[in-house]
Design a protein around this ligand. Sequence first.
Ligand code: NAD
Length: 297
Amino acid sequence: MMGINNNESKIINGKNYSRDFLTHISDLAQKFENLLNRKPCLAVILIGDNNASKIYVKNKILTAKDTNIKSIEILLSKNTSECDLLNEIYRLNNEEKVDGILVQLPLPNHIQLEKVVNSISPKKDVDGFHPQNFGNLMLGNDTVVPCTPLGCWYMLKKELNDLTGYHALVIGRSNIVGKPMQSLLIKENCTVTIAHSKSKRLAEISKKADIIIAAIGRPEFITREFIKSNSVIIDVGINRNDKKLVGDVKFEDALKIAKKVTPVPGGVGPMTIACLMYNTVKLAYRRNNQMFKEILY
Ligand code: NAD
């Protein structure tokens, strides 16, 4: 019994954090509606029939509804041309009452991600992927922060408060998770190491890290050999293993050795959606020249 309670106190509960955060966001969305006589509005484009993508989009739409945010779902066939998709995005860019645009990834192979990312107006870029917003993040300026790293950052701040001086290891260098995560941690005065598929002696490096952000996409890759005792581990990975979801971290090993760890599911996932709602409301205020007081920083 002792053991179970002890383990429970080690789990970073992303569901609880996201619930609290969404309550604030919902209040902000309601205030926006009181001011502008309409709800903040998020447009979500889904191309094709990838089952995982359909579930992600459904969750986003349901959360928006519960958070006083209007959503528009645009479903396009998997054969939609790049040109037709870009035209749809331009139409939404010019739609006065649309505050945020999200194109669900992954895209079909015939559509270039870079073109899609660049075509979304930076003022409606809820994912924070546009070079202008991304560049501002790298510069440490005020910007729209990509949802998943923002959710990881939120949980780390709640758990550790001051991150100054911690050695943080980010495993994965993607534009969606690894690179923006690195910027957020530098801003928090961490000593940041970024590792990737070509890194050597990863376990050795990882064993020295106070914080590990695992964004690799390999089921239970981070085992006991990688984990320093008393470290804090954020598991971004979502992998389907024998029909169950597992992260990039072997959860049982992390529970035994680390101080804190996020579970999969129930860790980074719910916070990512909450941060999407946050970015939508933030952009809605900004686009409509309404004062938006950051509740995060
Ligand atoms: P990605 O494939 O773009 O990047 C993976 C990164 O891992 C790459 O930079 C690669 O260099 C690195 N990598 C691969 N093998 C490695 C190895 N053996 N050692 C060290 N590094 C290695 O993936 P991504 O979009 O960054 O996503 C990473 C994971 O996070 C995936 O499982 C994805 O499903 C998940 N994800 C979850 C959320 C969420 O909301 N929870 C959001 C985004 C991504």
